[in-house]
Design a binder for this molecule. Structure first.
Ligand code: SAH
Length: 369
């Protein structure tokens, strides 16, 4: 949490939940009920200038303008794909950059948001993984992406008109507290009021995080990036499997308190000749036996530097058919925004001179010697 103001520096309230905002307001000697108004101005109406918060007493407005601030990710660039998918490039307070994606009409409107600058998980087929981790995002920066997209797309209305997927850059359960605080902020009925059932959090499979998530009062839907049907295969594709193996992950999924009428989504990237055989499909069916789940197949979005190929459509259909014939619910994810590099696994920020360059392992080693 970045709520503590340094002496003389204004307090950033963008990442505060309503109860925290109330407490801060009381500290200033103002009545608590104004917090709800301020929260609504910022999140529901997208207004961050205290002077413009016209239902607050004038004196309070000038007081807040001195003591507080509302940080907002700065929009650097917006790319619109031929299919309407829009990629937002944001610059944060320290100069680092992240991306968010707006995906229209799937049939719902969907915002795909980032949880970290880069990612530490290093999945073998993911471009973000190649960046390594620069840092976690704060709750303000995560909720800020939703706020900017909702207002830019004019979807912040009295009834929520969009879904959120935490599937952008980063591993959300590696940045657990900030991610959950951000979801509560966007979920608050005083603000954008996005219901938990409209939010899906996708994880590489950090088992302790999954267990914690299962106890959250505001609990999003769960998606698991599975990608493999046996330990050895998953070790090769998803390195974190060496720590939390497939067996432990499947057990955690079996214990996860899936809500009524909901299911766990299992994402499976299809890599030509690696994990796309009929045998893989049949093993996958067995693995998921007894879990309230559905499968989302993601034919690889190929990119330079990614040492895998995308299987052809016939292969993808054959794989899907084996699963469907065994009674599993299967969908094949359509790649959206590939022409602007906004598709799954393609988010990487390779511009911006102020982005701290991550040291390569070789460089770091050389410095130690
Ligand atoms: N760290 C989280 C969320 C980010 S990735 C997670 O692992 O779930 C969102 C999804 O895109 C994941 O399922 C990820 O494995 C998948 N993905 C990554 N690279 C991809 C690529 N090149 N092609 C298709 N899907 C990819």
């Amino acid at each position: 949490m970045t709520s503590d103001a340094a002496p003389g520096r204004p307090l950033d309230i963008a990442g505060l939940e309503l109860a925290e905002l109330e407490a801060r307001l009381v500290e200033l000697g103002a009545p608590k009920y104004h917090a709800r108004q301020i929260f609504a101005w910022i999140h529901r109406r997208g207004v961050t200038d205290f002077a413009a918060m016209s239902d607050l007493p004038k004196a309070l407005r000038s007081r807040l303008a001195e003591a507080w601030t509302v940080s907002t990710p700065a929009l650097v660039r917006k790319d619109v794909s031929t299919d309407g998918t829009t990629k937002y490039l944001f610059q944060l307070g320290d100069g680092t950059r992240i991306e968010s994606v707006y995906i229209p009409d799937t049939p719902a409107q969907t915002f795909c948001i980032s949880s970290q600058v880069g990612c530490a998980m290093a999945c073998a087929f993911c471009l973000t993984g190649k960046m390594g981790l620069t840092r976690h995002l704060s709750a303000a920066e995560i909720a800020g992406q939703v706020r900017v997209l909702a207002h830019d797309q004019q979807l912040a209305g009295p009834t929520t008109a969009f879904n959120i997927v935490v599937m952008g850059m980063g591993e959300p359960l590696h940045n657990y507290d900030a991610t959950m605080a951000a979801l509560r902020i966007v979920g608050s009925e005083a603000g954008l009021a996005v219901p938990a059932r409209r939010i899906t959090l996708s994880t590489v499979g950090l088992v302790p995080g999954i267990e914690k998530l299962g106890r959250e009062p505001f609990m999003p839907n769960l998606a698991i990036s599975l990608h493999a049907s046996h330990e050895e295969q998953r070790n090769a594709l998803v390195p974190v499997n060496r720590k939390y193996d497939l067996d432990a992950l499947i057990e955690a999924c079996k214990r996860f308190p899936v809500k009524r009428r909901s299911r766990i989504t299992f994402e499976y990237v299809l890599l030509k000749g690696v994990n796309d055989t009929p045998e893989d499909a049949r093993r996958l069916v067995k693995l998921l036996d007894g879990i309230k789940g559905k499968i989302n197949l993601l034919p690889l979005n190929a990119a330079p530097g990614i040492p895998f190929e995308r299987p052809d459509d016939g292969r993808v259909d054959a794989f899907a058919k084996i699963l469907a014939d065994k009674g599993l619910t299967v969908s094949v994810r359509k790649s959206r925004g590939r022409d602007i590099r906004a598709a799954c696994g393609q988010l990487i920020v390779d511009e911006g001179p102020r982005t701290p360059a991550r040291k390569s392992a070789a460089q770091a080693l050389a410095e130690q010697l």
